[in-house]
Design a protein around this ligand. Structure first.
Ligand code: HPA
Length: 272
């Protein structure tokens, strides 16, 4: 990735977007599309208009950038993500985080849908991501070193900031949500995993599995942002589930959890 590739996108956003750093950046994953409660919407832009980003090709991803206020905080939200498996390279996947970096945003909440591997998990549970395993062998950093993006060999000891995880727990406790800490395994997709893969990931220490989040998390961490990760378990992982996996199930689980997601995000935002 070349940082100059993002200049057009940054130039397309109105100047006022960069005049005050957002208190929080949000990336909404599959099923999280309706999770935002807004006071004043300052800007709404479809992804298809943003140079280098393009509309998401995945159902359940709205594809809209929203800059808004909530409870006096300024929030920059990317509603829907591009994934590496869409075959568009890393740029559209990383562009939202790069724009947040250029806005001097210091805190990023990444959300996603995942399959539950840990036997304690049920569909509808939330997992606060405390660490991850990159099963793909890919990294957005492969290539030329760009000094603005951090070290050549960025430290990944605490990708997901402990303090933010504690705030998520406080919100979940207050709202009585089923939540646990977990390790997220990033499988590139778009195939769901095989039962043998899930057994292997379980042995490696994964609690949930999904096809996103890790590239954005490592990028944001390397750039110095504080990162929080929140996953909605939409299904039991392959071989644990008694039926074949289907994206419709993922989207439907998001739809049923809509009210809980909204409350969770809103309480978290109020604690920042
Ligand atoms: N595997 C991978 N990605 C997912 C899953 C899953 O079981 N559920 C939602 N996203």
């Amino acid at each position: 990735m070349n940082p100059r590739l993002f200049d057009k996108a940054a130039g397309y956003l109105p100047d006022f977007c960069f005049e005050r750093p957002p208190d929080l950046g949000i990336m909404l994953g599959s099923g999280w599309g309706d999770a935002l409660l807004t006071d004043e919407v300052l800007l709404r832009l479809p992804y298809s208009e943003i140079p280098g980003l393009g509309a998401s090709t995945v159902k359940g991803h709205a594809g809209e950038f929203i800059l808004y206020t909530r409870g006096g905080k300024r929030i920059a939200a990317w509603c829907g993500r591009r994934h590496y498996y869409e075959g568009v390279g890393w740029e559209p996947v990383m562009l939202p985080v790069e724009i947040l970096r250029r806005m001097s945003c210091g805190t990023l909440l990444l959300t996603n849908a995942s399959g539950g591997i840990n036997p304690a998990l049920r569909p509808g549970d939330f997992v606060i991501i405390r660490d991850h395993i990159n099963l793909t062998g890919f990294s957005p950093f492969i290539g030329e070193h760009v000094a603005e993006w951090g070290e050549r060999f960025p430290d990944m000891t605490e990708v997901y900031t402990k303090r933010l995880a504690e705030l998520l727990h406080a919100s979940a406790n207050r709202l009585g949500l089923r939540v646990m800490d977990g390790v997220y395994a990033y499988s590139v997709g778009p195939c769901y995993e095989t039962p043998a893969e899930i057994r292997a990931y379980k042995a490696q220490g994964a609690d949930v599995v999904g096809m996103s989040t890790v590239p954005e998390a490592v990028f944001a961490k390397s750039c110095g942002m504080k990162v929080a990760g929140l996953s909605l378990v939409t299904n039991l992982a392959a071989g644990i589930s008694l039926r074949p996996l289907a994206h419709e199930e993922v989207v439907a689980a998001g739809e049923s959890a809509k009210g809980l997601m909204r409350g969770f995000m809103d309480d978290f935002i109020s604690r920042l």
